[in-house]
Design a protein around this ligand. Structure first.
Ligand code: FA5
Length: 340
């Protein structure tokens, strides 16, 4: 029993001695650390006071009072040392080189939106003005959203490991073919149609990933998907909306070419090229949503029909800004970025 009382006295003395050394701290951080070692949540004095129940009854009151007094002493010493440090710093500032308030301020360089983001907003604005909603989806998605429900047959080359980035199983190099980095934003068609009922007109921007790499192809690039589903939607409407859109963006005189093309999830399907800067460039794929896709999401293809399109935002940026290599959009050279 006497042990705890003796021990108590020793610790109190040690804490007081340590507090008297507060003045030696060179920085506020150091001072706060010293203080925390004594009275912080796991400080020495705090730990001591938690042991009060071990103290014999007749000593409790006295040791309690003395401990509180030391605690108050500690608080005072800490406040004094803190004030002294602030004073010292202020004195150093005042006796240092004079500040010239008439000097011009430092220029803060203003950032701006990346050209791809700017173009995305421009494209979405046109579609918003045509009455489309904007939707979003995850960059890692399921094989069934990216391929199966869109009517890709299981052996379609686009599902090859050479074309798509599949995700390795956790902790192994084995590939999990159930999930991948989406290869197109058509995943959002499926996701939105599963969630909502027609009529709907939706555009959905996002990053997509493929094993592609040359002057006009990047392994990560951006697409905007669009689709309209309602009773009586026709190919003429598809042509009307997309021509309107491209002319609003590139100018009313822009040559626009519809070519037949194949995508498993549309029938008929097509691609659109536009003529800019002396060449034709493919900008989007499109078509009437395949009845099988409508069935896959629980719609009745006898009642509703729809059209869909997917465009490369990078390609649009290249055409709008006259950039001839897609890589320039990703090098983030400020000499290029500040031109937009
Ligand atoms: C698709 O991705 C289809 N999902 C588009 C679609 C949607 C068709 C709805 C029908 C209905 P495609 O693989 O052609 O289609 O890509 C669409 C556009 O993305 C292309 O026209 C092109 O502008 C752009 N693109 C394709 N690959 C790349 C790439 N590696 N880098 C940059 N842009 C690309």
């Amino acid at each position: 029993m006497t042990d705890i009382v003796g021990e108590w006295e020793v610790v109190l003395e040690r804490v007081r001695a340590a507090a008297s050394a507060f003045g030696t701290a060179a920085t506020e951080h150091e001072l706060r650390e010293q203080n925390a070692r004594l009275s912080g949540p796991s400080g020495e004095l705090t730990a001591l006071m938690k042991r009060m129940k071990e103290v014999p009854g007749d000593k409790k009151r006295e040791l309690g009072q003395r401990s509180n007094a030391v605690k108050q002493e500690l608080e005072r010493a800490f406040a004094d040392a803190l004030a002294a440090l602030a004073r010292k710093q202020r004195e150093a500032e005042l006796s240092g080189p004079a500040i010239d308030p008439s000097l011009p301020g430092r220029n803060v360089k203003l950032g701006r939106l990346h050209p791809i983001t700017q173009v995305t907003y421009r494209l979405l604005d046109v579609f918003a003005s045509l009455g489309f909603d904007v939707a979003d989806g995850p960059e890692i998605d399921l094989h069934k959203h990216n391929f199966d429900m869109l009517g890709f047959p299981p052996d379609h080359p686009a599902t090859d490991m050479q074309d798509s980035f599949f995700i390795a199983k956790e902790g192994s190099n084995e590939v999990d073919r159930g999930a991948l980095l989406r290869t197109h934003t058509s995943t959002i068609q499926i996701r939105e149609m599963l969630k909502r009922k027609p009529p709907l007109a939706v555009v959905a921007p996002g990053a997509v990933f493929r094993r592609d790499d040359d002057a006009t192809h990047s392994p990560m690039f951006f697409q905007i998907e669009g689709f309209v589903v309602d009773e009586g939607v026709t190919f003429a409407q598809l042509k009307g909306v997309l021509t309107r859109f491209l002319r609003a963006l590139f100018g009313e005189e822009t040559p626009v070419k519809f070519r037949p093309s194949y995508f498993p999830f549309v029938e008929p399907g097509g691609e659109i090229d536009i003529y800019r800067n002396g060449r034709w460039m493919e900008v989007l794929g499109c078509g009437m949503i395949h009845p099988v896709v409508l069935e896959n999401v629980g719609y009745d293809p006898q009642k509703v029909s729809g059209f869909a399109f997917g465009m490369g935002v990078d390609r649009m940026a290249m055409l709008l800004y006259g950039i001839d290599n897609i890589k320039q959009l990703y090098e983030n050279d400020v000499r290029l970025l500040t031109q937009f």
